[in-house]
Design a protein around this ligand. Sequence first.
Ligand SMILES: CCC1=C(C)/C(=C/C2=NC(=C\c3[nH]c(/C=C4\NC(=O)[C@H](C)[C@H]4CC)c(C)c3CCC(=O)O)/C(CCC(=O)O)=C2C)NC1=O
Length: 169
Amino acid sequence: MRDAVTSLIKNYDVAGRYFDRNAIDSLKSYFESGTARLQAAGIINGNAAAIVKQAGLKLFEEQPELIRPGGNAYTTRRYAACLRDMDYYLRYATYAIVAGNMDVLNERVLQGLRETYNSLSVPIGPTVFGIQIIKDIVKEKVAAAGIANTSFVDEPFDYLTRELSEQDI
Ligand SMILES: CCC1=C(C)/C(=C/C2=NC(=C\c3[nH]c(/C=C4\NC(=O)[C@H](C)[C@H]4CC)c(C)c3CCC(=O)O)/C(CCC(=O)O)=C2C)NC1=O
């Protein structure tokens, strides 16, 4: 698992190079956003259950067929599995926000996920929609806490969306 610092060190070490201007700029931007990243993590930590609940309600309100007979989130067990998955996305996104790096998502979340979803007929489109709803709720809360630039919040959710949406070869 890597973070913004260790991934840069690895890249420069492989090339046997000192940090150049690009590296310093990239580290600078990571450290400058550090306090905001931690604040966001704190906000998520204090509201995780409510965020997941709100995101689930919105998802099922917009796509009610998911929880009707024949829908993938129909039955209590599958409804709960869906909310649990949303909770996973939120928790791992928080790790990635703090790390400033998406590696943890590849390693712990995305590996084999599409295959699992395909084999259980978990629909990718609505899942991605759910991830975007979580993102919007988190951004709203982070902005309400007075953090002006919330673009770092987008990164892990957009990364999950991109990777999950990718077509099977
Ligand atoms: C930490 C990384 C991690 C992830 C991401 C993860 C996902 C994950 N979601 C699963 C199932 C599931 N996932 C969903 C999710 C949904 N169905 C919908 O219609 C919605 C669109 C969506 C919620 C947004 C459902 C309903 C199941 C149960 C499917 C079934 O058993 O039929 C399963 C199959 C095993 C199980 O049920 O526990 C896995 C492995 N597991 C992990 O360890």
